[in-house]
Design a protein around this ligand. Structure first.
Ligand code: IPE
Length: 263
């Protein structure tokens, strides 16, 4: 049986451009997927992104830049507020999973992680030791950092790298995306963009990083993260999260429509 580490991208479970708009329909479809994977006997570990529950306020108050003297008081309020918003989004995801008979246990990074990037510090063992039959879930968050930064954004993609590397027995690592079928040859808005079925880091990509909404690394961070994970985890994929059946197809046939990331 497989042990599948899945990230629900923030753009998949929320509308990225509109403050705190959750996509319940999308989350419900993903919950059905997790239930089906569990029913088939697979183990699932989940990470989710922030979308409009994290990026918009983080951008407004430059949270990814760390403490800035001129606006530190407002930044401190924003840090509290974003953490609350992330807990709210996480509750939405967990409630939907519960409605589909999936038991979860949440591990909010602001409680157990420090520093940003894939080498952040924090003990993964409580996640590793989560009870049998319970799906552990964590998410991109604002975490404490050492001086002078004081705080920063730990992306769900960085969590995927640490977890992919350190959780023994992970067989599949899947990034579910909200606006594309996988990695495209050009940005999704370009009509000539075609799906790249298999990718390694020697292949050039012409991507774009929407800095107006995204305070973490966009597609480039995701590719970098997936590439590191592919050295350890056998099956690493970018798949269209609007089509969760593709994940089931991957598990049953060994392939599907999407982008496989190889070392
Ligand atoms: C970002 O996490 C966390 C915050 C902005 C608080 P991610 O980088 O994993 O989020 P998405 O998937 O891009 O929305």
């Amino acid at each position: 049986m497989a042990h599948i580490l899945i990230k629900f991208g923030g753009g998949l479970i929320t509308t990225k451009s509109k403050m705190k708009t959750v996509d319940r329909e999308a989350i419900s479809k993903l919950s059905r997927l997790v239930r089906e994977l569990s029913r088939l006997g697979h183990k699932v570990t989940l990470v989710h992104g922030a979308g409009s529950f994290g990026h918009l306020k983080a951008k407004e108050w430059k949270i990814a830049d760390g403490a800035l003297e001129s606006i530190i008081e407002q930044q401190k309020d924003a840090v509290i507020s974003i953490r609350e918003d992330m807990l709210e989004l996480n509750r939405e995801v967990c409630n939907s999973l519960a409605n589909h008979n999936v038991d979860t246990q949440s591990f909010p990074p602001s409680d157990w992680a420090n520093e940003v990037g894939a080498d952040f510090s924090g003990d993964l063992s409580p996640i590793l030791n989560c009870s049998e039959g319970v799906v552990p879930i964590t998410f991109g968050d604002v975490v404490d950092c050492s001086k002078p930064k004081l705080f920063g954004i730990l992306s769900g993609d960085d969590l995927m790298v640490r977890m992919g590397k350190e959780i023994p027995g992970i067989t599949h690592c899947i990034f579910l995306l909200g606006d594309t079928e996988g990695l495209l040859s050009a940005p999704p808005a370009n009509p000539n963009a075609t799906l790249i079925p298999i990718w390694n880091k020697n292949q050039q990509v012409s991507g774009e990083h929407d800095k107006t909404q995204d305070v973490t690394g966009g597609i480039f961070l995701k590719l970098e993260s997936a590439s590191i994970i592919s050295k350890i985890v056998p099956h690493v994929w970018f798949i269209d999260g609007r089509k969760p059946d593709r994940v089931l197809e991957l598990l049953t046939t060994g392939t599907t429509r999407g982008t496989q990331i190889v070392p």
